[in-house]
Design a protein around this ligand. Structure first.
Ligand SMILES: C[S@@+](CC[C@H](N)C(=O)[O-])C[C@H]1O[C@@H](n2cnc3c(N)ncnc32)[C@H](O)[C@@H]1O
Length: 334
């Protein structure tokens, strides 16, 4: 295992929105190197830290050991956080943090197969117990499904051409390594500009192999049922599809009423359970980007659980320190 390195993204902002304090029970669904968990623990909260990557969790365990019983670690997909809470006998939480995607450490570890910069097996699994690897997708999926995945998750304009080239190649010999795949993509789609031509294909494969959108959607849907009134949902995403999912979910759950042109009057929204805390996504400032260019596409959105139907018993009730909105910027995509 290489030395675990991951600079936590939007750290002060995420911590402020999570409102950690003694007596508050928080879940960090994407522990990675443990940077966010550590900051929450330093402010006195009790934190359940989850990750489906066993190596990441082991490294985080060492880092978080000084916090003793307030730090609880479990190897788990974050979509299963309700089961982990039930096992602990927790009937509600005061915050859920999701910093989705892969860590720098995962990308930089050649043996994990996430990177086209270094040769490694076509793996890309965050959880090495899972059955689906990038090699299986690339060598076994029908051409149409490959093209669809590259287009949908990678927004790759040459998706069809790349899928056809992969099928042609694998009929002769299966693709085994990240370097083989990157070279093949580069043949079909020559380099233009800054991005390596295989960037989007690798991103798409990673999202498929780990069902990243499926996990995010499931956790979002479960969150209001487990957050106590005043509890926070904070999501940092890096991909426009993920951010769109979060934005739509938060909009759906934070509107008091629903309206349609064919209705004579607006109707109460049965999903109304959250108050939106970030009207626009919070993005890294220039100082953070100067120190950590990988943070450039990060977007943070946050919401707070309202009291009301489906809410669990009231928790901590502590002072909430709100971050200023200085970090908020107009999002050019919106
Ligand atoms: C961007 S990193 C998080 C970094 C972390 N916040 C820190 O401060 O170091 C994302 C982490 O989430 C984990 N992860 C991604 N999807 C997951 C899922 N569905 N369930 C559990 N862990 C997941 C990855 O294995 C990775 O370690």
């Amino acid at each position: 295992m290489n030395t675990f390195q991951h600079v936590p993204v939007l750290l002060p902002e995420a911590v402020a929105w999570m409102a950690p304090a003694p007596g508050r029970r928080l879940v960090d669904g994407t522990t990675g190197g443990g940077g966010h968990s550590e900051a929450l623990l330093e402010r006195g909260a009790t934190v359940l830290s989850l990750d489906r990557d066993g190596d990441a969790l082991a490294a985080a365990g060492t880092r978080l050991a000084p916090f003793g019983a307030r730090s609880i670690l479990r190897r788990s997909d974050y979509r299963e956080f309700p089961q982990r809470l039930q096992e602990l006998g927790w009937d509600g939480i005061d915050g859920l943090l999701l910093d989705v995607g892969v860590s720098s450490w995962q990308i930089d570890a050649p043996g994990r197969g996430f990177s086209f910069q270094q040769d490694g097996p076509l793996d890309m699994r965050m959880d090495d117990r899972a059955g689906l690897t990038a090699a299986v997708v690339v060598n076994e999926w029908p051409e149409g499904e490959l093209a669809q995945a590259f287009f949908r998750y990678g927004e790759e304009p040459r998706a069809r051409r790349i899928a056809a080239a992969i099928v042609q190649r694998r009929d002769r010999q299966p693709l085994r390594t990240t370097a083989e795949l990157a070279a093949l993509v580069e043949e079909v789609s020559p380099r233009r500009g800054r991005l390596h031509p295989a960037t989007k294909v690798f991103q798409a494969l990673r999202m498929v192999v780990n069902d990243e959108l499926g996990a995010l959607e499931a956790a979002l849907e479960a969150a209001p049922g487990w957050l106590r009134p005043g509890g926070r949902l904070v999501v940092i995403s890096f991909h426009s599809l993920e951010d769109r999912l979060v934005k739509r979910f938060l909009r759906r759950c934070s509107s008091a009423e629903l309206d349609r042109p064919e209705w004579p009057a607006p109707r109460p929204n049965p999903d109304h359970s959250l108050r939106l805390l970030t009207r626009r996504p919070v993005v890294p400032g220039e100082q953070e980007l100067a120190g950590n260019p990988r943070a450039r596409s990060a977007r943070l959105r946050a919401a707070e659980r309202l009291a009301g139907p489906g809410a669990r018993p009231v928790g901590g009730g502590d002072e909430l320190n709100q971050p200023s909105t200085d970090g908020e910027r107009e999002d050019p995509e919106r």
